[in-house]
Each structure stands twice: as structure tokens, then as C-alpha cells.
Design a binder for this molecule. Structure first.
Ligand SMILES: Cc1cc2nc3c(=O)[nH]c(=O)nc-3n(C[C@H](O)[C@H](O)[C@H](O)COP(=O)(O)O)c2cc1C
Length: 192
């Protein structure tokens, strides 16, 4: 092969490699969403009694790279009777009591490794269940991004997300949303 042809081939390969690096060739979509200056680990924490919020949390976890699921499990599980709302059931009484903080069984290991935390819950009387307040008040979320999401029979998210801010005042709170479709999940994932 002539020296000139050889040099042209080498130059061509180098140019292709540079172009590839410039457009982020080989990076997946999730990796692009990792916030700068962080290790990008994401926790998808959720509370769910009848599995609706659980299903949404699992979908989010599948969509977000480097993410981990954590189920917020009550120390005393909610029975069917505990959830019969508008009957003065356990859940009704807790939601009416500003001081209620139902105990959680277990804890998140090494919470400091997470930069972004999605927190999912069912709407209970237009608000997050009190166990979500217990969860937020159990760790230091300073400087971490928190993205709330909820499911419900029909209500919107309302002020359920903003009412959680005081339980983790030094977190970076995103608005979050109620999830009822896959496009809502895309919206949430893009809030990272
Ligand atoms: C105590 C209680 C209160 C509720 N309050 C509301 C409400 O205000 N608005 C609404 O649309 N759904 C309400 N729901 C229905 C739940 O938000 C809905 O079924 C939710 O998707 C259940 O999530 P899960 O399966 O993850 O537990 C309530 C349910 C319970 C148990």
C-alpha cells in the first residue's frame, strides 16, 4: 500500500472516532440524564397497599438507569378494614391526625449514595399517607433531589407534594405528578 493511501486511511479513522465521541456515541438515554457532578444513583422509594403505586414505581425503576427500588413497609401492615376509607378506619384516623407518624419496618441502606429520590404514594384524603412523612423525617435529604409521584382513584396530586417539603426542608424538591399513563412516567423521569 502506498504511503499516501495509508495516511489517508489513518486520518479517516481518527476523524470518525472524534465525531463519535462528540455526539456521545455508545451512551444510552438513561446515562444522559445523570446530573452533573454526582454519582447518579437513583432511589425509587414507594408505599403501596394495593399494588397500584408499586406498579408505577417498578416502571420508573425500569426507565431510569442506575436506579434501585425500595418499598416503604409499615411496621404494622394495613388490613383491608384499615383501608376502608370514610369509615373512621385506621387510615382515616391517621390522615386526620397531624402528629401521626406510622412506624416503618426496616430502612434504606447507605442513603447517602443516592442523589435523586423518587417517592411514590397513594393519595389518601387528598394528601400523602402519614408514613411518607415518617420516611422523610428518618433521613438527611440535604442537597438531594426529591421527585414525588402518586396514584389515586381520581384526585389529582393537589398540594400533597408541596406539603411534604417541610419534612425534608433542605432537599431540592421537584413538582412531581400523579401517574395514570406511560407518558406521565416519561414526564417524571425527565424531572431528574
Ligand atoms: C384512606 C384512603 C383515602 C383515599 N383517599 C383518596 C382521595 O382523596 N382521592 C382519590 O382519588 N383516591 C383516594 N383513595 C384511593 C387511592 O388513592 C387509590 O386507590 C390508590 O391508587 C391506591 O394505591 P395503592 O394500590 O398503591 O395502595 C384513598 C384510599 C384510601 C385507602
Amino acid at each position: 500500500m502506498k504511503k499516501k493511501t495509508f495516511i489517508s486511511i489513518i486520518l479517516g479513522v481518527v476523524t470518525m472516532l472524534c465525531a463519535c465521541l462528540a455526539v456521545g456515541c455508545g451512551k444510552d438515554d438513561g446515562a444522559d440524564k445523570i446530573p452533573e457532578g454526582t454519582n447518579g444513583k437513583v432511589l425509587v422509594a414507594y408505599f403501596s397497599c394495593t399494588n397500584t403505586t408499586k406498579g408505577v414505581a417498578e416502571s420508573i425503576q425500569r426507565e431510569v438507569s442506575n436506579s434501585y427500588l425500595y418499598q416503604i413497609t409499615p411496621a404494622i401492615p394495613y388490613t383491608t378494614d384499615d383501608l376502608k376509607y370514610y369509615t373512621n378506619c385506621r387510615a382515616d384516623r391517621e390522615q386526620a391526625d397531624p402528629t401521626a407518624r406510622p412506624e416503618i419496618s426496616g430502612s434504606v441502606e447507605n442513603i447517602e449514595q443516592y442523589d435523586v429520590i423518587f417517592i411514590g404514594y397513594p393519595i389518601w384524603h387528598s394528601q400523602a399517607p402519614k408514613i411518607i412523612y415518617t420516611f422523610l423525617e428518618s433521613y438527611d435529604f440535604s442537597g438531594k433531589t426529591i421527585i414525588p409521584f402518586c396514584t389515586s382513584a381520581s384526585s389529582g396530586m393537589g398540594n400533597s407534594g408541596t406539603n411534604l417539603h417541610s419534612s425534608a426542608p433542605n432537599a431540592i424538591w421537584k413538582s412531581g405528578c400523579r401517574v395514570s399513563s406511560s407518558s406521565d412516567i416519561d414526564t417524571l423521569v425527565n424531572m431528574q
